[in-house]
Design a binder for this molecule. Structure first.
Ligand code: SF4
Length: 444
């Protein structure tokens, strides 16, 4: 360890089994502890020592945004479901009924939104390729099997079904073989997004086993790594035993002539502002990787313009690129976290207005929906009433990219499906928005 270098900390995860320990250490009131215990029967719960000790302001619990981000909360399930779980978990004889209730509640929470299972899993030689999603022509998503956890879990995670131990609901590739075969048959794919879960939970040796074979595929020009590790465990790049090896691996990808993009998930400025996070970002950038930042807009966590303005400024100050503000997807405890599109557009505009020019790389609010990424560009008032101005930022069908359209203004609509399209919308666009269209080679 050199002077000024933080001391290494061993990663330790805490889950539902440790709730009493956490409660005792941080003075969590009994009712909140019981809520966490109950809700985490249905939804995944995982934190670690860094989240507990450095990110959560325990004096402000339960309102603290980092507590809301990582701990299950009252209101995430309906009162009836909570009561049912409380009753069934009180009696060990009801174990089987409890398990059935948990399954039934999970199934109601739309575990795979936006057609991920039905539309995005590609086929080759008539069989589905496990651990891949192919939604946009040039980009494939790759889910390495050993990277399907995270250093902590976000309560709003749209991939929560990855973490509940149900193999049927899980995207996971045992090794890169299927991906390599698929890339061979699809030279139009230039961009591989390695995602999860969080691929950076893997040891560097494992990660190398997934990344290095991609360097032999001439058609792959960009490798993206989707990760929240800088927010939840920045030690991964600073003090972990294989932190330096991970950075050497990043350098190797860059030296191969590929663009390496670290798609960093930051939900709140506090995650970027710790000394460790800033060091991690500096070390990642020194490898030649570019850090792009994105997160959804979430009630109770970051639903105000000041928070986003501070977040984007902190990202810029750390040399990272503000990239996307997403709209929360219709899955899991959606009603608890959702923010209406009208309010999201207002927050985005207010936060954007006073940004320095270099931070205006950010786009939003964006719905990553079945047909593609749809941005809400604002609201327009016309003699015929008010409309949302919308645009396809990305689409399954490349011909639709960039096309603007409108939908009737609604103060409560929170997702594309809630909107009434302007009848003047061109038929091809309207059909795609309503149904989604798939690129060649993609399962429907
Ligand atoms: S880091 Fe990403 S994948 Fe992991 S729990 Fe959070 S949102 Fe989900």
């Amino acid at each position: 360890m050199t002077a000024g270098q933080p001391a290494p900390t061993r990663f330790r995860a805490y889950g539902p089994r440790h709730i009493d320990e956490i409660a005792a250490r941080h003075g969590l009131p009994d009712d909140i502890r019981e809520t966490v215990r109950r809700i985490s029967l249905v939804l995944p719960f995982r934190v670690n020592s860094y989240v507990l000790d450095e990110l959560i302001d325990w004096a402000d619990v339960p309102g603290d945004p980092m507590f809301q981000l990582t701990f299950p909360q009252r209101g995430m399930l309906s009162a009836d479901d909570e009561e049912r779980l409380a009753k069934l978990s009180a009696d060990p004889a009801d174990r089987l009924l409890l398990r059935e209730a948990v399954q039934e509640i999970r199934a109601r929470l739309n575990p795979h939104p936006s057609g991920q299972q039905e539309l995005n899993v590609p086929t080759q030689d008539g069989a589905r390729v496990p651990g891949l999603q192919h939604k946009y022509r040039e980009t494939v998503l790759y889910f390495p099997g050993q990277g399907q956890t995270c250093h902590a879990y976000c309560t709003y995670c749209f991939r929560w079904a990855q973490f509940i131990g149900d193999a049927d609901l899980r995207f996971a590739a045992p090794d890169p073989g299927g991906l390599l075969g698929y890339l061979g048959a699809h030279p139009e794919i230039h961009d591989v997004l390695v995602t999860g879960g969080d691929p950076m939970v893997m040891s560097t040796d494992r990660l190398r086993g997934h990344l290095e074979p991609l360097l032999d595929v001439e058609t792959v020009r960009t490798i993206r790594i989707g990760t929240k590790s800088v927010a939840y465990w920045p030690q991964r790049y600073v003090t972990d035993p294989d932190a330096d090896d991970a950075l050497r691996l990043f350098e190797r990808v860059v030296a191969s002539g590929r663009q390496l993009a670290v798609m960093a998930h930051f939900s709140h400025p506090r995650e970027v502002e710790t000394d460790l996070a800033r060091r991690a970002l500096a070390r990642i950038r020194a490898t030649g990787a570019v850090v792009y930042c994105q997160a959804p807009l979430i009630a109770h966590v970051n639903d105000d313009a000041r928070t986003w303005n501070a977040l984007w400024r902190a990202e810029l100050a750390a040399g990272a690129v503000p990239y996307y503000l997403f709209v929360e997807r219709d899955t899991g405890p959606y009603d608890y976290f959702k923010v209406p599109l009208a309010r999201a557009a207002e927050i985005f505009a207010d936060a954007y207005r006073t940004l320095p020019g270099l931070a205006r790389t950010v786009r939003g609010p964006v719905m990553s929906a079945t047909p593609g990424k749809v941005v809400v560009d604002g609201v327009e008032d016309t003699p015929d009433g008010s409309y949302f101005r919308l645009r396809m930022l990305q689409a399954r069908d490349p011909l639709l990219v960039g096309r603007p359209f409108r939908a009737r203004y609604s103060a409560t609509a929170a997702w594309l499906d809630d909107l009434e399209l302007d009848p003047a919308t061109p038929a091809d666009l309207a059909a795609a928005v309503r149904a989604g269209t798939a690129p060649e080679g993609t399962a429907r």
